[in-house]
Design a binder for this molecule. Structure first.
Ligand code: PLP
Length: 345
């Protein structure tokens, strides 16, 4: 199942933009006085993932001026500062900066499951299970009964905290360790943070080195992370608002071709279904991503909305700092255009 999903993901992340531009050009150049030229009239709303964000000028400036040292010797002041701030954020004794969420989860699992034959309990939809060939535990009661440590894959911990209106420490209070990504909704180009007890982080430091995750002058990246956990948190509310707006649009304009459970839309990720004999989820995503002359003629501009078909008839859309409310409105406009075409079939 994992490899099928991976193949699908790679297909979606592949040469999509070029393909669709070529397709549009193949339809012939717009006639003079009809549609505006393609370059001026096409915009892209990329909802595939919140990992696609690019650092803005402030973040780049912070990275350029970061004080650095060799972090493998513990001498990078910016990394040390980020780790101090992260430990406080998690309400845990210590924290460790790692290159990716995958490595952060793997390190945590390796530290918790040191004994030969140690086992791991994970949810069937957990990222660790589906994409990382491993996992972490999530149920505290079970953990207490069997004296198991609990690790949280908190890739989007700050989204959850903002949505619930609580401190992140409150969410991870029953966990022994957590891994939070800086490179998703928080907008940093690279990096994740593991939190846990002092001895756990000491072990994690050793495992990080063994896995090749010691990054030397990593302060350049930690500087972006520092900005992420200070300046990028409040704005997550905008992403959540836009996600909900699009979900409401799905119900209003696209039902019953598309459907979603609005009560499940709490943060920046929207899962919706495409369940109609006239269009498959893949075809729906293709049509949302492709710009045709017909669309430019009908609505005055082309909008490429990039989505990710997941499992079964489910499609995923994720909001982030590069998708504004105006972009969300454009995506809704495109949704109506595609749905109208389906209804005419
Ligand atoms: C829930 C979750 N956990 C872990 C990861 C892995 O993060 P990374 O891509 O930084 O390895 C992802 C990535 O999308 C994720 O969505």
């Amino acid at each position: 199942m994992g490899s099928v999903l991976l193949r699908r993901l790679l297909r979606r992340l592949g040469p999509l933009p070029a393909l669709h531009l070529r397709r549009y050009r193949g339809a012939g150049a717009p006639r003079a006085g009809s549609a505006p030229p393609l370059r001026d009239s096409v915009c892209t709303v990329d909802l595939r993932s919140d990992t696609v964000t690019r650092p803005g000028p402030e973040m780049r400036a912070a990275m350029a001026s970061a004080e650095v040292g060799d972090d493998v010797y513990g001498e990078d002041p910016t990394v040390n500062e980020l780790q101090r701030r992260a430990a406080k954020l998690f309400g845990m004794e210590d924290a460790l900066f790692v290159p990716t969420g995958t490595m952060g989860n793997l390190i945590s699992v390796m530290c918790h499951c040191r004994e030969r034959g140690a086992e791991l309990i994970v949810g069937d939809q957990a990222h660790i299970h589906l994409y990382e060939q491993g996992g972490s535990a999530q149920v505290r009661d079970l953990a207490d009964t069997y004296k198991l440590p609990v690790h949280m894959d908190g890739a989007r911990l700050m989204n959850a905290a903002v949505a619930l209106g609580v401190e992140p420490a409150e969410i991870v209070r029953h966990c022994d360790s957590v891994c939070m990504c800086l490179s998703k909704g928080l907008g940093a180009p690279v990096g994740s943070l593991i939190g846990g007890r002092k001895e756990f982080i000491e072990q994690a430091l050793r495992v990080r080195k063994v896995l090749g995750g010691g990054m030397r002058q990593a302060g350049v990246l930690a500087a972006a992370g520092l900005l992420s956990i200070s300046d990028m948190v409040e704005r997550l509310k905008d992403d959540h608002r836009n996600t909900r707006k699009f979900a409401q649009g799905i119900q209003k304009y696209a039902s019953p071709v598309c459907d979603t459970n609005i009560d499940a839309v709490e943060t920046n990720i929207l899962m919706f279904t495409v369940n109609d004999a006239r269009i498959s989820p893949e075809e729906f995503c293709d049509q949302m991503a492709e710009v045709t002359e017909e669309e430019v003629m009908a609505v005055g501009r082309g909008v490429r909305v990039l989505l990710l078909p997941m499992y079964g008839d489910t499609v995923r859309a994720v909001w982030h700092l590069d998708v504004s409310e105006k972009d969300t409105d454009l995506a809704l406009q495109k949704l109506q255009f595609v749905i109208q075409k389906v209804r005419k079939k």
